[in-house]
Design a protein around this ligand. Structure first.
Ligand code: UP5
Ligand code: MG
Length: 190
């Protein structure tokens, strides 16, 4: 069902920066297919997958699941979608993730959104989320922040250098933040 080349936006930002919240708004307004890499991994973990316990342990530690597993899940979703506009949320989390996706899929994102949020705000949001996520505890949160800074920020810088990065100040109400997000999509007219 693929006559049109995919239009891909990566959505990056630290843990609790509001990626999922803003993706829901983008879907409503601009009709994208939202693929949260974390949600895909959690779903795979809850299925009978051979990777289940590896994914569980990796998420519980706040580390990054091997690229080939995540890329496979993302591409499976993309291939079964009728929509050619994708928001890929929380991926790529490392340069290794980014390179693996480019190699295996042969495509690059058109645009990368980056939700820039202070650590103390992210920690506050995650500790008050209360949705039973095994990684929303202070020890795991500390490692998620460390991994984000060490491995995901280089990806953000990579796209900044390539002129694809759209940086958003992720402090404020969800509606205020969405008013910064909106022009990025209005400008690209997909
Ligand atoms: N909230 C949202 N916006 C707010 C605002 N403006 N003001 C006040 N509160 C706001 O938001 C977090 C919380 O804050 C919610 O309660 C929300 O209501 C509130 P959310 O929109 O959920 O933020 P998000 O950035 O999506 O946070 P999330 O916890 O999902 O980010 P992570 O990047 O940590 O989680 P993800 O699910 O992407 O990954 C989880 C783990 O999976 C990773 O740590 C890793 O172990 C693994 N993973 C991989 O290994 N590889 C991948 O490619 C992806 C994930
Ligand atoms: Mg999320």
């Amino acid at each position: 069902s693929k006559e049109v080349a995919p239009f891909i936006t990566f959505v990056l930002g630290g843990p609790g920066s509001g990626k999922g919240t803003q993706c829901a708004k983008i879907v409503e307004t601009f009709g994208f297919n939202h693929l949260s890499a974390g949600d895909l991994l959690r779903r795979e973990m809850d299925s009978d997958s051979e990777y289940g316990s590896m994914i569980l342990n990796t998420i519980r530690e706040g580390n990054i699941v091997p690229s080939e597993v995540t890329v496979k899940l993302i591409l499976r979703e993309m291939e079964s979608s009728d929509n050619h506009k994708f928001l890929i949320d929380g991926f790529p989390r490392s340069e290794e993730n980014r390179i693996a996706f480019e190699k295996i899929s042969g495509v690059e994102p058109h645009m990368v959104l980056f939700f820039d949020c202070p650590e103390e705000e992210m920690v506050k949001r995650l500790l008050s989320r209360n949705q039973g996520r095994i990684d929303d505890n202070i020890d795991t949160i500390k490692n998620r922040l460390k991994v984000f800074e060490a491995l995901n920020l280089p990806v953000v810088e990579y796209y900044a250098k390539r002129g694809k990065l759209y940086r958003i100040n992720a402090v404020g109400t969800a509606d205020e933040i969405f008013e910064q997000v909106r022009p990025a999509f209005e400008a690209c007219e997909v």
